[in-house]
Ligand binder design. Sequence first.
Ligand SMILES: Nc1ccc(F)c(C(=O)c2c[nH]c3ncc(Cl)cc23)c1F
Ligand SMILES: [Fe+3]
Length: 300
Amino acid sequence: KSSATNTRLVVKKLFARQQHEGFGAVVRRSIGRFEFRYFDPFLVLDEFSVSAPAGFPDHPHRGFETVTYMLEGEILHEDCEGHKGVIREGGLQWMTAGKGIVHSEMPSSNSSGITHNKGLQLWINLSSRQKLVEPSYQEIESKDIAETEKDGVRVRVIAGEWNGVKSKICTRTPTMYLDFTLSPGSRISQPIPLHWNAFVYVLQGHGHFGDSKLQHSAAAAHHLLILGLGGDMLEAWNGSDSGLPLRFILVAGEPIGEPMVQFGPFVMNTQEEIDETIDDFENFRNGFEKARHWKSQAAS
Ligand SMILES: Nc1ccc(F)c(C(=O)c2c[nH]c3ncc(Cl)cc23)c1F
Ligand SMILES: [Fe+3]
């Protein structure tokens, strides 16, 4: 194994255009849309924007995790087990749906004048062994998110670690999730585990990604950049011409390598398991019991 580090190059670039989802909500779906269905272990990446009364009313999930990271405004969530709370700006909810959850995710109608509630929702698949675990939540407020700054680079560590700063999120499917802001003229070289699937999603500004000497890609907001394998480093830099900060997320995960069958918010390994899941959901069984008599306040 060569000790030299190899820079991972951008092998695919997608612009996430807007589409409707939920009830009157708008999402820019980059992973999970027809042209780019599954990037093991990642099922969906939505950049969402929603204003009351629109939102994502009562719906189920089984077999994977959702990671909701608020960029502006807030989202009220409540589930059929009585778990409820507000994910505020800069805050994070890492939900393990596991064997099944029914919940709603709605902007609070009385949010302090902020009409646009914007954020990212990433869906991470679970291995067959973990698909039916008890549902659980890991929720971190903005002030408690591990954040560090160095040489014009600010990093918020959503999952994994940066420069010795660790997130307290437990990742059932090994995942790193870093939120970078690079001031004009700054650059990063970020290690990424060799065999993990990795992508960048640009949130703001305009940046360059790849090998500064050989081949690199430029991208602006709402672009997904898929990084090729064969390297263990991401190089990124903010060409100082724009004067704007460059903000992007770097997400990488260990591929699960199992068959994946998805039916909307249900993700299992075989069609039979999907048929059973739909049957469980319709008959309020095996994890969906509490959904029988539950309606969210928001939808009531
Ligand atoms: N119809 C339908 C079916 C299945 C879903 F999971 C959803 C859903 O809840 C979301 C899909 N993208 C999202 N981005 C952010 C947030 Cl907060 C929620 C969602 C949904 F709306
Ligand atoms: Fe949901």
